[in-house]
Design a protein around this ligand. Structure first.
Ligand code: VLP
Length: 134
């Protein structure tokens, strides 16, 4: 049985979100707002199907995918770039590769104790987020 990420998760730490946003070309004013946010993630996992909804007081972002099936991602409300994304299991980690204009773009989710971890990567920047169950 794979890990179950389902649940509602609240951000408790956000390391180098600034560096990640800079590499994505997010403008100063937007970064200033985004840095203050404490987003919540709602994850629904049903077999190989995932729904990840990231919500905040400023913007929301939702994503639906099946493991191993490439999809078009438009990153609407984030950097608005399109990319081709695919999510696979690497042991108990959920790994997304986002192929497009930006090199080395992707993310990894995993569970550690009762916490949900997320590493966001773009070019040479890594942002590390930790969430606790709501
Ligand atoms: C853009 C970069 C902040 C910052 C401006 C808007 C949505 C894995 C994956 C599922 C993400 C989250 C991406 C955050 C990138 C911000 C608005 C913040 C709230 O999550 O869970 O999509 O990629």
């Amino acid at each position: 049985m794979p890990v179950d990420f389902s649940g509602t998760w609240n951000l408790i730490s956000n390391d180098n979100f600034e560096g990640y946003m800079v590499t994505l070309g997010i403008d100063f004013a937007t970064r200033k707002i985004a840095k203050m946010l404490k987003p919540q993630k709602v994850i629904k996992q049903d077999g190989d199907s995932f729904y990840i909804h990231t919500t905040s007081t400023f913007r929301d972002y939702s994503l639906q995918f099946k493991i191993g099936e490439e999809f078009e991602e438009d990153n609407k409300g984030l950097d608005n770039r399109k990319c081709k994304s695919v999510v696979t299991w690497e042991n108990d980690k959920l790994v997304c590769v986002q192929t497009g204009e930006k090199k080395n773009r992707g993310w990894t989710h995993w569970l550690e104790g009762d916490d949900l971890h997320l590493e966001l990567r773009c070019e040479n920047q890594v942002c590390k987020q930790v969430f606790k169950r709501a």
